[in-house]
Design a protein around this ligand. Structure first.
Ligand code: ATP
Length: 308
């Protein structure tokens, strides 16, 4: 029983499921540094992060032998700023995000972080620079504390608590029967959607990575959880380079830069004000459609446009 509780063994099991998950791009890369089996280029160097600016240069990509999904994507996600990817379903937003940790490599073009082509940096150092928060936070078998620590296995207890505090999770964790030792997962306590989100954000925070990749949840939480999750995200985004697949209009409007994608291409980019002023643009059309309707997400807007 003691052996079964050994964190190293759990991490080994986790690797298997991570590799499986990476295959279908709906990956659990909240724990990016535990996927060490892919080989680095012989000339690979450790990533040297300064501002953590991400640059896509004419990136093309196809899954397997299939059709080209990204058809020459170029954009810059400035260091320390928030870049929101928006666009209809299937536009290629998740694919863009999955190329940053190198779950896949572009067929043509390059992705740079602070001027370094990520094809030539070690995966471990790359993934140490990244944290990820997904739409559907994944909880592993184990305690609440373990679930946060998966973000950085060597984190101290105090660092785990600090991440939980910043993620507005500390108080609900202490209210659980065994606090941080409370088991979650199949045989553990059931947490609400908002609590799971906050654990996932704490897991990202404990990584202390300069880049945050975020797939914003579409499903709505109750108002109280929503505001706690939003505050937790604000902490996680603070000072980091954020690339977010944005579904909420508030995220989009507040982003430093909006990248509008359609059919594997960037069709528009700029701030909300710039794009909303471009009357014939996709973004402006989507935004204007909102009008008096109470569209809460970009999907509502796209659906609205399709109805027109
Ligand atoms: P959504 O918001 O619906 O996730 P998206 O803009 O993120 O859309 P992607 O998920 O990147 O778009 O998908 C772009 C295209 O790539 C779609 O046609 C999708 O079917 C295809 N695709 C995504 N993942 C894979 C995969 N693992 N293998 C093959 N095709 C895939």
């Amino acid at each position: 029983l003691l052996m079964a509780y050994d964190p190293a063994r759990r991490l080994a099991r986790l690797q298997v499921s991570l590799e499986r998950a990476a295959v279908n791009a709906r990956m659990i890369y909240e724990v990016l540094d535990t996927v060490p089996h892919q080989r680095d280029q012989p000339d690979a160097k450790a990533l040297d992060v300064s501002s953590a600016t991400i640059t896509f240069n004419n990136v093309h990509f196809a899954y397997g032998n299939g059709e080209e999904i990204l058809k020459g994507v170029s954009f810059v996600a400035e260091g320390g700023k928030t870049t929101a990817l928006v666009g209809p379903s299937g536009a290629g937003k998740s694919t863009v995000i999955s190329l940053i940790p190198r779950f896949y490599d572009p067929s043509v073009g390059e992705i740079l972080i602070d001027g370094q082509d990520i094809a030539h940096i070690t995966k471990l150092s790359l993934r140490n620079g990244l944290a990820y928060v997904s739409q559907q936070p994944y909880l592993f078998e184990g305690s609440i504390g373990d679930n946060i620590r998966y973000g950085r296995p060597e984190a101290t207890d105090e660092e785990v608590y600090e991440a939980a505090r910043l993620a507005y999770a500390h108080d609900f964790i202490l209210a659980q029967p065994q606090g941080y030792d409370t088991p979650v997962g199949e045989n553990g306590v059931t947490l609400s959607g908002g609590q799971r989100q906050r654990l996932s954000i704490a897991r990202a925070l404990v990584r202390r990575a300069p880049i945050l990749l975020l797939d914003e949840a579409t499903s709505s939480l109750d108002t109280e959880s929503e505001s706690a999750v939003q505050k937790a995200l604000d902490h996680a985004m603070d000072g980091r380079t954020v690339v977010v697949i944005a579904h909420r209009l508030s995220t989009i409007v507040n982003a430093d830069k909006i990248i509008v994608m359609r059919d594997g291409l960037v069709v528009e980019e700029g701030s909300h004000t710039e794009l909303a002023d471009r009357k014939d643009g996709l973004y402006a059309r989507l935004h204007n459609l909102q009008g008096s309707q109470s569209a809460a997400t970009i999907e509502d807007l796209v659906a609205g446009e399709e109805r027109v």
